[in-house]
Design a binder for this molecule. Structure first.
Ligand SMILES: [Zn+2]
Ligand SMILES: [Zn+2]
Length: 373
């Protein structure tokens, strides 16, 4: 086995990305070491780099990356089974849930909202000190946080890398509740929006409407289960989009459910206008603060009697169900990967994702780091 591995260290908000080589740690009892095959670059990572401060503290300089897929190199009595009780041996492919909660604090035990755990820790947030290999943008991941939830899978890395993102979509659909036969609108056709389309379909929606763009993303939206595509580039008037959505709902009364995954404040009142009386709206796109937007409490909320819910982060049960959806292979998950990049190009991808999403002459839908290429 090698005795060191390369990592990308993010120096700070808007800072440089440095390639470093660090020694591999001596494995403590109850831990394991993964050889990282792939790590997705999440919008969240880009927000952190841009200066957004998360609930779970993030240390700089640090090794970021939390959408991690790797194979087991060595186990020192740790992670001998996955969260579903299936045995794990060296060579097996693993996806860890990045967030590790304490199980004992107010949020874990009393409020039962462990994503807000007071003692929560997460891979990709732990800095660049010993034991070094604690984030996805590196060749190894040291499963050093006691109680890390892991899932074994035989899916190819470019599909397994969507387990953390699809857990977010599962959480959003759970929060807003989709009933069989309902009409669901998803605003936004980035990778979370695309995954929400598929998950809404799996939850029983009989008609799914995607509002987003540009054309290449809408074509993917169709392959992710959308029956109706509305291109915000072509239909730039929100009022016209509202009429189009309503025209595709039973009786023209509006959608049962809207999931906002664009992260654009103006999408919220527009999305509420897509809804029928008594409909349900889920906000999942605004993980970071993108600003405010006026809402009329009378016309948007009371007069429509809607339910408005927020979704934020995810827990292992959403990973378990997300894994079933990935493994059922009904949607072209791997086709969302538009850019597969070596460690050295991490910084380029971050710069592109915080500007126009263009890299190598084409638009990024999902960029992943493949640390051994
Ligand atoms: Zn993520
Ligand atoms: Zn806790």
């Amino acid at each position: 086995m090698a005795d060191s591995g390369r990592v990308i260290v993010t120096m700070g908000p808007r800072g440089a990305f440095e390639l470093r080589e660090h020694p591999l740690p001596k494995l403590e009892q109850g831990t394991a070491l993964l050889r990282t095959e792939m790590c997705g670059i999440c919008g969240t990572d880009v927000h952190y780099w841009a200066g957004y401060r998360p609930t779970i503290p993030i240390r700089f300089p640090g090794i970021m990356g939390h959408e991690i897929v790797g194979t087991v190199v060595e186990q020192n009595g740790g992670y001998l089974t996955d969260a579903l009780g299936r045995p794990i041996k060296p060579g097996d492919r693993i996806v860890p849930a990045p967030l590790v909660t304490c199980g004992a604090c107010y949020w874990c035990q009393i409020a039962r909202e462990p994503v807000k755990c007071l003692n929560g820790k997460a891979y990709g947030h732990l800095g660049d000190g010993y034991p070094y290999h604690t984030g996805g943008y590196g060749q190894y991941l040291y499963l050093c946080l006691p109680g890390t939830t892991v899932f074994r899978t035989d899916l190819p890395p470019e599909v397994a890398v969507f387990l953390e993102p699809i857990s977010i979509a599962v959480t959003a659909v759970d929060k807003v509740r989709v009933n069989p036969g309902e009409t669901v609108v998803v605003q936004g056709t980035g990778n979370i929006g695309l995954l929400c389309l598929a998950v809404a379909r799996e939850a029983g929606a009989s008609r799914v409407i995607a509002v987003g763009g540009p054309a290449a993303r809408l074509e993917l939206a169709r392959r992710f289960g959308a029956d109706v595509l509305i291109d915000i580039g072509q239909i730039s008037d929100p009022q016209q989009r509202i009429e189009m959505v309503r025209a595709h709902t039973p009786g023209g009364h509006g959608a049962d459910v809207v999931i906002e995954a664009a992260g654009v404040p103006a999408a919220v009142p527009e999305g509420i206008d897509f809804l029928r009386y008594g409909g349900r709206f889920c906000e999942v796109g605004h993980f970071a603060d993108a600003g405010t937007v006026p809402i009329n409490p009378s016309t948007h909320l009371c007069a429509k009697c809607i339910t408005l819910v927020g979704a934020w982060s995810s827990l292992p049960d959403s990973f378990a169900r997300g894994l079933n959806i990935l493994e059922a292979a009904k949607y072209p998950f791997g086709d969302m990967v538009t850019h597969r990049l070596p460690l050295e190009r991490t910084g380029e991808a971050f710069h592109a994702l915080s500007s126009d999403y263009m890299l190598d002459g084409r638009e990024i839908i999902k960029a992943v780091i493949a640390p051994w290429e």
